[in-house]
Every structure is written in C-alpha cells, then in structure tokens.
Design a binder for this molecule. Structure first.
Ligand code: UTP
Length: 288
C-alpha cells in the first residue's frame, strides 16, 4: 500500500487548555524545545510521509508559518554567526510539504478528516491527531502503515488504558489474531467501565482508505454534537474492514495538563545538559 499523505487535524478550539490557548493554538504550545505539532510531523517523516495535509482554521495560520521560512530571522541568525540555530530553523522550514485546508466550522474530528477528501481523492492516507504525541523508535504511525500494507485494510492505533480511563476514549471490541493486532468487530465511544468491551483505547493514529469519506458524509453528529471519526469507523468494523494495532512507546495527550507537563519533563530529562539541574530542582520542589 503506497501511503504518501498524512492528514493532521489542528482546527479544534483546545478548550481544555484555556486560557493558554486563547490566541495560541494548542498544537503550538512548546514541549521542551519544540511545539507539539513538530513532534507529530517528525514522527510522520520518520515513517516516510512528507506531504502533510493540515486541517486548519483562520486562527491557526501560525502553524503553517512554523513549517515555512522566516527570512528576517534567518538573515539575523546569518549576520550574527549563529550557524547551528540557522541550520535548525531552516531544517524546520524545509522538512515537509504543507497543504493547508480550512475547516470552516469546527464540527468534530470526523468532519475535519472529511475536509481532506478533495486532496486525498482515491489514495489511502494516514491521520495523526495534532495534539497526540507518540515516542519510540519505529513506534506510532510507522507501525500502522506496516500493518495496513500487510493486511490491505484500514487500521486504528490503540493503547491499553487503566479501567478508570476507559470512559474518556473510543474502546475497541475485537479478537487478537497476532500479538498486538486485532480484528475490530465494534467500537464503543466513551463507555462506562462496566459497559466497556476491553481496555483498548483508540488514540490519534489511523491509516484510512478513501471509502471512509462515504461513511463520514453519511455520519450524523454523535457525542457532543460532533461528527465523530469513531462513529464512521464503526461502519468499517461491522463489515470486518478494520484492524487495531497496539502502539508501542510512550504516548502523551498534549490537551491534558498532566500529560502535557509530563511530556515536557520526559524530553528535558533526555537532555544531557539539563538533566542533572532539572532533577535537583524537582527534588527541592517535591521532597521525598
Ligand atoms: P480534541 O477534541 O482533542 O481537540 O481533538 P479540541 O476540540 O481542540 O480540544 P478540547 O477538547 O476543546 O480541549 C483532537 C484533534 O482534532 C482537532 C484538534 O485541533 C485536535 O488536534 N480537531 C478537533 C479539528 O481539527 N477539528 C474539530 O472540529 C475538532
């Protein structure tokens, strides 16, 4: 299966992260040295996806700008001999091709994906939610692309969540046919613990085939009055056309403060220069 495009929806309002996100997109909040969405884009590049379809809105042009040249800044860095920074700034500007599509009303994640229909046409494509961070070599969207290619089918990424978290996610009902790979029979959006068919929760990584657009076009609004991608995927599951793959590595939901702050610490701890001072400071704050 030849997958070249990745759809990254970034048009949501980010209300859970207010007031930080009043004028800054949630996807542009920094995690250690980079904005959230840059990690997502770098994961895509690692999986060979260089054409990024950003589903955006009129307040989010700053995201497109991040992946473009800033000539004034580049001139300044060049004149002041800051060659390493200049290289880094140029690397970000040139890392991917951006195709921006406006989602004119924020009608939900499913609707955001539907906005990519004219660009993706009849190609299979990846979807990576712009505020969901996955880390680990060969983890994340690369795993899904591999499974989709092997089985010629749409795939959702899942992680195992504790019981008290199942009601926050779309939960998969299915059979494991190989380690960490499931044939999906049904999906239940945000079930109560006693109604959840498993603890396998859908996170923001998908490989989809163009037939999803027909399902999305017919999809009525669901939870929260939004057009939910999970609801459209139920149609695929009921006709045995959907797989789930358990994602390896670390995952952080940048729209959740605990997760967002943990992601910052996780990255800072990997920086040789910072690690010692950071741990020392954290120990002062939280003596144990
Ligand atoms: P979320 O539900 O996490 O994002 O959607 P949100 O709606 O921005 O955030 P809260 O819940 O109000 O805090 C997951 C991703 O889908 C995008 C968001 O930008 C986010 O990256 N999204 C969501 C859209 O592009 N369009 C939408 O209509 C909804």
């Amino acid at each position: 299966m030849d997958i070249r495009k990745v759809v990254i929806p970034v048009a949501g309002w980010g209300t859970r992260s207010l007031p930080a996100t009043k004028n800054i997109p949630k996807e542009m909040l920094p995690v250690f040295r980079k904005p959230v969405v840059q990690y997502v884009v770098e994961e895509a590049i690692g999986a060979g996806l260089n054409d990024v379809v950003l589903i955006t809105n009129q307040n989010k042009t700053i995201i497109e700008d991040h992946f473009d040249h800033n000539l004034l800044l580049e001139n300044l860095l060049e004149r002041s001999g800051k060659t390493e920074l200049l290289k880094e700034v140029r690397r970000v500007a040139e890392m991917v091709n951006i195709i921006a599509v406006r989602q004119k009303q924020q009608l939900g994640l499913g609707h955001a994906v539907l906005c990519a229909k004219e660009v993706c046409k009849d190609e299979p494509f990846a979807v990576m939610v712009g505020d969901d961070l996955m880390f680990g070599l060969g983890c994340g969207i690369e795993q899904l692309i591999e499974a989709a290619g092997a089985e010629n089918m749409a795939v959702v990424g899942v992680i195992e969540v504790p019981e008290d978290k199942v009601s926050k996610y779309g939960i998969v009902q299915g059979e494991e046919f190989a380690p960490g790979m499931y044939r999906v029979r049904d999906l239940v959006e945000k079930p109560a613990v006693d109604k959840a068919p498993s603890r396998l929760a859908i996170v923001g990584r998908y490989v989809l085939l163009p037939e999803i657009f027909d399902h999305l076009e017919r999809q009525e609004p669901g939870v929260g009055g939004e057009i939910q991608l999970t609801d459209a995927l139920k149609g695929l599951a009921s006709s045995n056309k959907l797989l789930a793959v358990k994602l390896r590595g670390q995952r952080f939901d940048a729209g959740d403060w605990v997760e967002y702050l943990t992601a910052n610490i996780y990255f800072a701890l990997q920086d040789e220069e910072l690690r010692y001072d950071l741990v020392k400071r954290l120990r002062e704050l939280v003596p144990c």
